[in-house]
Design a protein around this ligand. Structure first.
Ligand SMILES: NC(=O)c1ccc[n+]([C@@H]2O[C@H](COP(=O)([O-])OP(=O)(O)OC[C@H]3O[C@@H](n4cnc5c(N)ncnc54)[C@H](O)[C@@H]3O)[C@@H](O)[C@H]2O)c1
Ligand SMILES: [Fe+2]
Length: 402
């Protein structure tokens, strides 16, 4: 037996819980850097949070220039903003971009250096200043995960900093903050969360020695990650379409918030797999939103691994509420994959890599780059040699779902 569970010191999920933000921030420091973006700062919900924090905390600096996918230039500017007020606590209010930026700012503020010093797994040498993370999308789970994903202009693929030391200290997840998400952001972030659940649930289990839970961040699936993943898949499957269609559907918004939290808990330990690894070079090349890319790739990666995880896909069919009571396991797999195709189409995810401007000639190079993202690709339950990964990309490029 070998198990590990990591997470924020406190994780709170529910309508209205954003009211706790000023108190939690004030209890953790007296000079706060707020990280957010301009769109969010222009909204009453986020502006209200900043105003309430100003009433309780002596020094408040707001960095609102976060731009999608955390380009390194943003990190430099945000680190400078933190230094200007000698910040001793960070409050991140935003999507995965904002929270990932806040994580790396905390690392550099405590340990110096540049983001490049921390790329990879378990390279952050110790704790950082307290981070209070408040998501405004239902997707990445970044408010509780040990990962920060950055865009380095000198690299052909996005880069990750993974460490138990960057799990935010407090995660305050209020579905009301997601009500303003436009349908595209709801769709992209929501399908990202569904990928986290499914990639964790189908991740390859691996044998481990006693040092692995500290030396490695992602460990493959286990019973605990399965539990979180299935709870997440159930909620997201019943509510993602509804949240995209009607952003005012508060029940669907609540399901998506809790579902993305549960999916984050699953992949925080299991890790993601081929769709995420393949999206690293594709996202860097095409600048398509993260969720759109991983959602597009998911059905192709699953079809390539169906022999290894057919029983799991059949379980997912039942958990996602599909009518498989009288189906054989093989039929249930088909029902699940067909349903996934329909879900992706309904929420506006393009069906092929050609649709998002990927050149066919680039596929082998993307496969090679993805094969190098060991911490993710080793979770793929199918073959992971570059020929097999290229075959997934070829199918995704051409829309071949056989
Ligand atoms: N750290 C992790 O564990 C993890 C996991 C998966 C993905 N990621 C990363 O997270 C990023 C994607 O994050 P995301 O999907 O949350 O999107 P995002 O943070 O990039 O935001 C997308 C857009 O939505 C807007 N937005 C966010 N919340 C809004 C709201 N409530 N109302 C209106 N507009 C809103 C933002 O202003 C932005 O323009 C990528 O860089 C991805 O690589 C990180
Ligand atoms: Fe993701």
């Amino acid at each position: 037996m070998l198990e590990t569970v990591r997470g924020p010191r406190q994780l709170i999920v529910g309508e209205g819980v954003a009211q706790n933000i000023p108190r939690v921030v004030a209890e953790n420091g007296s000079r706060v850097l707020v990280v957010t973006d301009r769109t969010l700062l222009g909204q009453p919900g986020v502006a209200g949070i900043v105003a309430a924090v100003r009433e309780q905390v002596g020094v408040v600096e707001v960095f609102s220039d976060a731009t999608p996918d955390v380009p390194l230039a943003d990190v430099d500017r945000a680190v400078a903003a933190a230094a200007a007020v000698d910040a001793d606590v960070i409050l991140a209010v935003g999507g995965g971009t904002v929270i990932d930026l806040a994580k790396i700012v905390g690392v550099i503020r405590c340990h110096g250096g540049t983001p490049r010093d921390f790329y990879g797994e378990s390279r952050v040498p110790g704790p950082t200043i307290p981070l209070v993370a408040v998501p405004t999308t239902s997707g990445t789970g970044s408010e509780l995960t040990p990962v920060s994903v950055l865009t380095d202009p000198d690299r052909e693929l996005k880069v990750g900093v993974s460490s138990v030391h960057i799990v935010p200290d407090f995660a305050i997840v209020d579905p009301e903050l997601t009500y303003s998400c436009p349908a595209t952001v709801t769709a992209h972030s929501g399908i990202d969360a569904f990928c986290h659940a499914v990639e964790s649930y189908t991740a390859r289990p691996r044998p481990h020695g006693p040092r692995d839970p500290v030396e490695q961040v992602f460990l493959g699936r286990n019973q605990v990650t399965d539990h979180y993943a299935l709870l997440a898949a159930e909620r997201i499957a019943r509510s993602l379409r509804r949240a995209v269609r009607d952003g005012g559907d508060t029940d669907a918004r609540a399901d998506m918030s809790y579902g993305s939290v549960l999916a984050g808990l699953a992949f925080s330990h299991a890790g993601n797999a081929a769709p995420h690894a393949l999206q690293y070079p594709i996202g860097a090349a095409t600048h398509t939103p993260h969720g759109l890319g991983v959602g597009l790739l998911l059905p192709y990666a699953l079809r390539a691994a169906r022999d290894a995880v057919g029983d799991r896909l059949a379980t997912l069919a039942g958990v996602c509420g599909l009518d498989v009571a009288d189906a054989s396991p093989a039929e249930a797999v088909e029902v699940f994959l067909d349903w996934l195709d329909g879900l992706l189409a309904d929420i506006g995810i393009p069906p092929t890599l050609a649709d998002i401007g990927v050149a066919r000639a680039d596929l082998p190079r993307f496969a090679e780059l993805a094969a190098g993202v060991t911490r993710l690709i080793q979770n793929h339950p199918g073959p992971t040699d570059t020929t097999s990964l290229t075959a997934i990309l070829e199918a995704a490029w051409a829309g071949d779902r056989t």
